[in-house]
Design a protein. Sequence first.
Length: 284
Amino acid sequence: MSPYIMDRLFVRVCWLFVLGLVSVAVVGIRLTAPKGNPEGVRPQPASLPKENALIPIPAGTFSMGSDDGGYDEKPVRTVFLSAYEIQQYEVTQGQYAEFVRATAYRSPLKLKGMMGESPVPNIERFNDPNQPVVRVAWHDAVAYCQWQGLRLPTEAEWEKGARGQSGAPWPWGNHYRPGLGNFIGGEDGSLYTRNVGAYESDKSPYGLYDMAGNAREWIQDGYGESYYQHAPARDPQGPPLGDMKVLRGSSWNDSHISGRVSARMKMFSNYRDTTIGFRCARSM
């Protein structure tokens, strides 16, 4: 075989080897690249900033607590509340950002450390203007509400707003089905927080959205495990206890069980997490 033919064969073999390496690399990238939209997870819809109206709740009685829940939910009792208003949606990232710009308050989407501020991990999952603001401590929520001329709802106000007067265990009624609210896992179409009001099924008899899922919510009251056993039957304000505050509702990273309208959780007031937000209220 002539040297010319051998040289051409050598060049062809080299090219085939290079093409093979490129093909393997491309396949590897396709196999290992993360999916931008996991199967069954709906993308966030583009939308204009939401208005967060105050919904009037008339004065009257309702059944508070549950005999089927935890010890701190017992006993069920009839509570009278004076008329009040409570926001239809959880406070959003866009609304809280206005507060930060106006007051130079700390941003909830940045971490403070020895080297300065850095973005929260997976920040792009939480920073849509219509997603609920998260990573706010109880004091942050109080400061925002006061800036708006409002306050955090009491535990009784939150529960009445979530359940109405029917006494049902869920904002939507007596039974749970997957997909009714934003809880842990992707079966409801979301892996993180979702734009407020995205779940039409997670709406209370008074028209309040995301009272079961999306983000847990800070409450004005301090936490007392046995408070229900001696709480006043008219406009209870919670016990004047230390630094433990009440959280209500469940979140995108928690079980639907904690989204029952009577379920209670306690947390230190300086705690911040991507599962915790709030909404505001005011007396009428």
